[in-house]
Design a protein around this ligand. Structure first.
Ligand code: PLP
Length: 465
């Protein structure tokens, strides 16, 4: 009976706002037990599920028919907004034309087209793309390519991989090893050997409430020189960083920091890998973070926005010399890199990528992000005087709002903010006590006001709690 009435109510609400095909559901009608949810408090979620049943443009529709403004582009990926007709149609048509094509020793045209498109978009001679199905796989692929490349050029002893504290490079063993988020590592002792870490770049004392890139902190890149001195340059394969660290709480690179990393890597023949899984495709108000910062890495990891989140896909794009050297080191007519995935360059993903890149271009979404950034910056910095706020930081269309942790209960305050915002119709994301905002780039100024206004209202409401 209860389920019936919920359905009837939902029907009424949905009929005004959703396509007729939208599924209706009551979480209690389903067995929620068997699904082990990723990076989720499973028991807490299953006790009070937050189910989404549809999405369009800037909004999700919840199981009970509410509209929720997407303040985080899904999970930093839906940069052009949800269910864009061109992308939906491309996937639909591709599923009917060629649902799957073997990834090894066979090809299909769209995967080549995506690679050619990325070559045109990326700066410098970042010309050759390898496809994966996720950001995590992109990172592990990039690390493997770095090692294989050095070996191909006769420096196979270069094995050390240098990550950074508070870095997030996905959940697989390579990415986890170079990553620097303690909670993601502590249960999985068997990490990669030959890994070291740079210090993280954010310091509340020196660069809190920075607008854009903080002035303090370029010198932190010099720690790479110490690491090089310690392990010897001749043993180091690559440095991997997110140009702007997203998942650990929006850590904006200090002015001059990335430039310094580039210089040190160049000096010692170390590859610089930018993990742009979040910062790619317009997030920072430029096509990629490397464009935004004017630095060409040797290898770039992409995912998320590549297909606007619609079909899983990642890419690793490398500079010409890396591809050419690795290819030519192998004997003619043999496989040059023993690496790949069943779904590398999957036809549906490739179709989604091409359509997404079209939408970004046709709607000038990267330029739009740049134009909107000052408005967004002004709005988020308006939160600075609110209770518990100890930092606000931003760049492009991403912002972090750091809250003071409750003594002995880290993370609970921000999570409560998340829950209250969701009840009020706004989706945000939290990491520990840091709130991240990263909306689709189609967001309007009015919706920025709604997003930040709702968050501000919740912070006020929670007062000193
Ligand atoms: N690298 C970065 C910088 C990320 O932010 C993420 C995910 O948030 C990943 C890698 C992992 O991507 P995926 O979750 O698609 O494996």
């Amino acid at each position: 009976m209860v389920a019936e009435s919920a359905r009837t109510r939902q029907n009424t609400v949905l009929s005004n706002s959703l396509p007729a095909t939208a599924p209706l559901m009551n979480p209690r009608d389903h067995d929620l037990d068997a699904y082990w949810m990723p990076f989720t408090a499973n028991r807490q979620f299953k006790a009070a599920p937050r189910m989404l049943v549809a999405a369009k443009d800037m909004h999700f529709t919840t199981h009970d028919g509410r509209q929720v403004l997407d303040g985080i582009a899904g999970l930093w990926c839906v940069n052009a907004g949800h269910a864009r007709p061109k992308i939906v149609e491309a996937i639909r048509a591709q599923a009917g034309a060629l649902d799957y094509s073997p990834a090894f020793q066979m090809g299909h045209p769209l995967a080549f087209e995506v690679a050619a498109r990325l070559k045109r978009m990326l700066p410098g001679d970042l010309d050759y793309s390898f496809f994966t199905n996720s950001g995590s796989e992109a990172v592990d692929t990039a690390l493997k390519i770095a090692l294989a490349y050095h070996r191909a050029r006769g420096e196979g002893q270069r094995r050390w991989l240098i990550g950074r504290e508070r870095g997030y490079h996905g959940a697989n063993f390579g990415g986890m090893s170079v990553g620097g988020i303690p909670a993601n590592r502590k249960a999985f002792g068997n990490l990669l050997a030959w890994v070291d870490h740079l210090p993280q770049t954010h310091d509340l004392e020196h660069n809190s409430f920075s607008r854009g890139q903080p002035a303090w902190g370029a010198h932190l890149a010099d720690a790479l020189e110490n690491i090089v001195a310690f392990h010897d340059a001749s043993n180091i394969a690559a440095v991997i960083v997110e140009p702007l660290a997203g998942s650990a709480g929006v850590l904006v690179p200090p002015k001059g920091y990335l430039e310094r990393l580039r210089q040190i890597c160049d000096k010692h023949g170390i590859l610089l890998i930018f993990d742009e899984v979040i910062t790619g495709f317009g997030r920072l108000g430029a096509s990629f973070g490397c464009e935004r910062f004017g630095i060409v890495p040797d290898i770039i990891c992409l995912a998320k926005g590549l297909t606007n989140g619609a079909v899983p896909m990642g890419a690793v794009t490398v500079r010409k010399g890396i591809y050419e050297q690795t290819i030519k080191a192998a004997p003619e007519n043999t496989i040059e890199l023993f690496h790949g995935y069943t779904y590398s360059g999957h036809p549906l993903a490739a179709a989604a990528a091409l359509a997404s890149l079209d939408v970004f271009e046709e709607e000038r979404l990267f330029e739009r992000a740049a134009e909107l950034s000052p408005y967004f910056e002004h709005a988020v910095h308006g939160l600075r005087e609110l209770p518990h706020v100890i930092d606000v930081r931003n760049l492009g269309m991403v912002a972090g709002i750091e809250l003071e942790a409750r003594p002995g209960r880290p993370g609970t305050r921000a999570f409560e903010v998340f829950q209250r915002c969701y009840e009020k119709g706004v989706l945000i994301r939290t990491t520990g006590d840091i709130i991240a905002l990263s909306p689709p780039l189609i967001i309007s100024k009015g919706q920025i006001d709604e997003l930040v206004g709702t968050l501000g209202g919740v912070l006020r409401e929670m007062g000193r709690a």
